[in-house]
Design a protein around this ligand. Structure first.
Ligand code: N01
Length: 552
């Protein structure tokens, strides 16, 4: 057991304790704010530490051109009626600045800011076994002490800067989408290159295509993007969207991804017994609906049945190809043979992505055919000897997803091992909320929880409620130490691994499978069996007096 070899980890002579708390929350996005609000209500002394100067998490950092939410606005909010009752977005899929305005609205209602330390990046945490408390150090040299550490660092808080030769030699400016200058960048009329065609890449490409003088898109894997069907919302549409809101929010706990619809609702759980014509007719319906419906409203078996998956892919491919003028470009963006099964990489939503490639000023470079040799002072040199001259280079290369925000902090538990070291051979986290050797440390919307396979606010609230409930349980019984058992962690990892082996997820090099970061162990990083199953596991644990945790 870790405690047998415990290291002291107490304060050093250099530590001046600036704050004593019951709970220190890291992060002020959806998960962190939910924790802050609920734990305050439960009578804990709690503060949230946030690296940014404002609320919003990813919506503070991701302000690149075109950044907007892939979940329809009505369900991309907290479910408390006093928060949604008098809030409306003007578009179905809100942009980053409107999401910031939403967080401002939440703050005005709940007064969260008074308990948030902004511009405060947590760099280090040590569990002091003697005190049963965490010592938490920040970049600016302060130390706080808290009984519990609740990490709400989000799934996309550690940008991935690819190791491309010569990147530092580039004479123009380089921007990662998640480190975009807050004051904006005027790229109109410039020659711009974008590396990466994930959700961020799609958005920035469709936005920049019409305004730059030349756009070069460096694509490694085509994105199977779905139509967003964005629309402006007038007063009547806003009223209409609010009808049945309470039921929609309640339903999130009963659907795979925490939306108000599920596989079953649109398609019936199975395509069994349907004729090919009936399947096509359904697919037409989903396509017209847009958003994630052709994905999370599809037949559940598209994730397990190769034949059915191919039908879904071919439908998508044929729809998309109609929009691309040049057949050679169409073959690269929507290939005849699927680059990977449909829907097993995170799907993205697009508005005019495919049309952008019909513009004369846009060139698609297939990195599978002509990989990048190096970045030069003038641009990007590819293996065919061509130097793509650029004024600016955008890295839409993603993140060390889900676990990266946690392992970026130097966290040491009871065995003297850091979290980064512990998870080097792969993540194991009981209920996606705790890991053995790190007592009194919990995480929300992190590894092996529904997280990246769910609607963020839904996971923040549903998992968040379990975490808050657990801390309340501890408080009510005068308990001061909780730790998941090694056995429970391992069993949880096995459950995730075994489940995913039955699916086609394993067939793509996705961030779901942690395959986007060189050196990261390949494993499903989210809980893949859906929210209802996940909540059932919590219920089981609670019914047995929080089985899987050792509490003292
Ligand atoms: O990152 P990604 P993202 N050389 O990892 C390519 C959420 N999100 O920022 O596919 C060349 O998906 C990489 O290629 P490949 C959402 O959950 C949400 O776009 O690995 N290319 C890929 O094309 C999303 O899924 C929203 O072959 C390289 C791209 O870079 C998640 O965040 C908006 C490369 C990275 O795509 C991440 O999205 C934005 C290299 N060395 C993000 N390294 C909304 O809700 C990587 N790539 C709208």
């Amino acid at each position: 057991m870790a405690s047998a070899t415990a290291v002291s980890n107490g304060p050093t002579s250099g530590d001046v304790i600036t704050e004593e708390l019951d709970v220190l929350v890291v992060g002020a996005g959806f998960s962190g704010l939910y924790q802050l609000d609920r734990l305050r209500q439960m009578g804990f002394s709690v503060k949230a530490y946030e690296a940014a100067p404002a609320l919003g998490g990813v919506w503070y950092w991701n302000c690149y051109p075109g950044a907007r939410c892939d979940t329809h606005g009505p369900l991309y909010q907290f479910s408390r009626e006093e928060l949604w009752r008098d809030w409306d977005f003007d578009e179905l899929y809100p942009s980053w600045d409107k999401l910031r305005a939403y967080f401002h609205h939440v703050d005005e209602k709940l007064g969260l800011s008074r308990d948030i330390r902004f511009n405060t990046r947590v760099t280090e945490a040590r569990f002091d076994e003697a005190q049963r408390r965490w010592l938490v150090r920040t970049e600016d040299g302060r130390t706080a002490r808290a009984r519990y550490l609740v990490l709400c660092t989000g799934i996309g808080s550690k940008p991935h800067l690819p190791d491309i030769k010569g990147l530092g030699d580039f004479g123009g400016l380089v921007y990662h989408t998640a480190q975009w200058p807050q004051q904006g960048v005027d790229l109109a009329g410039q020659r711009v290159g974008v590396i990466g065609t994930g959700a961020s890449g799609v958005q920035v490409i469709q936005e920049l295509g019409p305004i730059v003088s030349h756009l070069t898109v460096f694509q490694r894997t085509p994105n199977l993007a779905l139509p967003m069907r964005q629309r402006q919302l007038d007063a009547a549409a806003k009223r209409e969207l609010k009808v049945g809101m309470k039921e929609k929010y309640a339903k999130r706990a009963r659907t795979f991804g925490g939306y108000e619809y599920d596989f079953f609702d649109y398609a019936g759980a199975s395509a069994e017994g349907l004729s090919p014509q009936q399947v096509q007719a359904m697919y037409e319906e989903y396509w017209a609906e847009g958003g994630f419906v052709p994905w999370l409203g599809n037949f559940a078996e598209i994730w397990t049945d190769e034949g059915r998956n191919l039908v879904a892919y071919e439908f998508w491919r044929d729809k998309v190809r109609q929009r691309i003028a040049d057949p050679a470009v169409a073959e690269k963006l929507a290939p005849t043979v699927p680059p990977h099964p449909y829907g097993v990489k995170r799907m993205s939503l697009e508005q005019a992505y495919y049309e952008v490639f019909n513009q004369d000023n846009v060139r698609l470079v297939d990195l599978k055919e002509t990989p990048i040799e190096r970045v030069t002072a003038k641009g990007v040199l590819t293996a065919d000897g061509r130097e793509h001259e650029l004024d600016a280079l955008v890295l839409a290369t993603g993140f060390d997803m889900v676990s990266g925000g946690l392992t970026a902090i130097d966290i040491k538990g009871t065995a003297g091992q850091t979290l980064r070291e512990k998870w080097k051979p792969g993540v194991s986290a009981y209920l996606g909320s705790m890991t053995h050797g790190f007592p009194n440390m919990l995480f929300v919307y992190g590894p092996q929880a529904p997280s990246g396979l769910s609607n963020g606010p839904s996971c923040a609230e549903l998992q968040g409620e379990e975490i808050a409930g657990l801390l309340k349980y501890m408080k009510d019984r005068g308990r001061t130490r909780i730790e998941s058992t090694d056995q429970a962690d391992k069993a949880w990892r096995e459950r995730v691994d075994q489940y995913v082996e039955t699916t086609l997820f394993v067939r793509a090099d996705s961030w779901y499978m942690s395959a986007n970061i060189p050196g990261k162990v390949r494993q499903m990083i989210n809980y893949p069996a859906g929210i209802p199953d996940y909540l059932e596991r919590w219920r089981e644990s609670k019914a047995a007096g929080y089985a899987g945790f050792s509490i003292s």
